[in-house]
Design a protein around this ligand. Structure first.
Ligand code: FAD
Length: 430
């Protein structure tokens, strides 16, 4: 008889809520990870750094569990099918996991729940990847908040009145004692190693402490780079939020944005492919393929835009300030559908998070929650003068910036700005 703990986006042993509960309430807990074919088959780049990263983290968990006389069972396939097989192989008493709020994950978990319930087994789910999950922060009428500021106020007051606690001690003796199980190689799940490097998971306290002064300057190492670790749960949000609350309120506020967008997505799953404000789906996007290609390659002739896209293409990262600039440029200056840009980011970003990416793109396009009004169009040149005035970031990513190899602007700013405003206005007034 075994109980299963199913890892998903919580790839760590310490302070893991679901794992803590499984070990507290059961003996013979068998850790499980499934490389989900439904997700992996959609990735075109078979050297995807995120898959490589996950594979690496599972290897580390495997080693740590071996020291405790246990192991992790790693499968590759469709989770529902895998669970059908596991039901034949093991006598399972219960399955434990942490909640995941994305539309795909919710459907997957419902299917697995139905299957397990048919076999009189419970799927126990816990809150782990957020401080407050969708549904915990609602307005006076019990509805979700459509704007960030009131949401963040309630979030903060709840947080300060009951600080989250670490889940410990972990009852390691309740792990299933077994010899090391074999892990599939990257090749066996149809992927190869990536040469993109992953930022460290150790939060740099100095950076967090000065975050409000440094975070807007892409040439500085002024942000934490913890995105990928929050995405895959290689760090604990509880520990990070506690540290942030001691060190820097602006940083904590960004962690609240993360939960705000997760909540928006959970209550409005249609935003995956529709504007949060439906009227904005009337905008007639120009969608010129060659302009989109120039944007992707970092060849628009606007240095701050191009530097950002080149940073993204070669590192899987782009600074937040620059994400806002390139997203605004694509949607406003080029009038290309925000969904195109969102999809491109989803392929490239190491820290890709459906809720935040969608929220960030809809914010830039003006189609989302408390959006900047559509007539406010970022000026890429003045943004550059403000945030990279010494051209340090730009020169790093565009070595040919001062030669005639660097392209002329793809579109005139003044013209593009007016075109965007007119297009939005007439679409919204229809
Ligand atoms: P830091 O600045 O050190 O912030 C710490 C953490 O707070 C981040 O890792 C992230 O988890 C969270 N955070 C910070 N800013 C935001 C924000 N505006 N919204 C939600 N969470 C935030 N963030 C993602 O995690 N994944 C995405 O796919 C993503 N796509 C974006 C797309 C666009 C168009 C825009 C404008 C923003 C996007 N962001 C996304 C938000 C933000 O740019 C990144 O979280 C941040 O740049 C990651 O770098 P960092 O880890 O150094 O963050």
């Amino acid at each position: 008889k075994v109980s299963i703990f199913w890892f998903r986006r919580d790839l760590r042993l310490e302070d893991n809520h679901g794992l803590y509960q499984a070990l507290k309430e059961n003996e013979n807990v068998l850790p499980l990870f499934i490389f989900d074919k439904n997700i992996l088959d959609k990735l075109d780049n078979k050297a995807d750094a995120r898959v490589d990263f996950i594979h690496d983290q599972i290897g580390k968990i495997h080693q740590e569990l071996a020291k405790k006389g246990s192991s992790i069972l790693v499968k590759y396939g469709d989770p529902e099918v895998i669970f059908k097989e596991l039901l034949n192989e093991y006598s399972i008493t219960a399955v434990y996991t942490n909640r995941d709020y994305e539309p795909y994950a919710t459907t997957r978990d419902e299917k697995v729940t139905r299957l397990l319930n048919k076999n009189h087994i419970q799927l126990h789910r816990y809150k782990d990847q957020v401080i407050f999950e969708p549904g915990e922060i609602l307005n006076g009428s019990g509805e979700f908040y459509k704007v960030f500021t009131p949401f963040s106020k309630v979030w903060l007051s709840k947080f300060h009145s009951a600080k989250p606690e670490e889940f410990k001690p972990m009852h390691w003796k309740n792990l299933l004692q077994t010899s090391a199980l074999e892990l599939p190689s990257l090749q066996e799940i149809s992927f190869t190693k990536s040469d993109i490097s992953i930022p460290s998971k150790t939060a740099d306290e100095d950076i967090i402490a000065h975050y409000n002064q440094t975070r807007d300057f892409p040439a500085k190492k002024g942000t934490s780079r913890l995105g990928i670790h929050l995405r895959f749960g290689t760090i604990s949000i509880r520990k990070l939020a506690l540290k942030a609350s001691e060190l820097n309120a602006t940083y904590l506020n960004e962690l609240i944005w993360r939960e705000f967008y997760m909540m928006i997505l959970a209550y409005n799953p249609q935003v995956v492919d529709q504007a949060f404000k439906p009227a904005y789906d009337r905008i007639p996007w120009r969608n010129k393929e060659e302009e989109f290609a120039a944007w992707c390659e970092g060849k628009t002739g606007y240095p701050i835009v191009d530097a950002g896209m080149r940073e993204l293409n070669s590192t899987g990262y782009m600074h937040n300030r620059v994400r806002m600039i390139v997203a605004s440029f694509l949607t406003k200056h080029l009038l290309i559908d925000w969904r195109w840009g969102e999809t491109y980011f989803a392929e490239k970003l190491l820290d890709y998070e459906l809720a935040s990416n969608n929220g960030g793109w809809q914010w830039a396009a003006g189609t989302g929650t408390d959006a900047q009004p559509y007539f406010r169009v970022f000026n890429p040149t003045s943004q550059q003068e403000k945030f990279d005035k010494n051209w340090k970031y730009i020169k790093k990513w565009i070595p040919e910036i001062n030669s005639d190899k660097y392209p002329k602007p793809i579109v005139d700013h003044k013209f593009a700005r007016q075109r965007a405003i007119d297009t939005y206005k007439s679409a919204l007034n229809q």
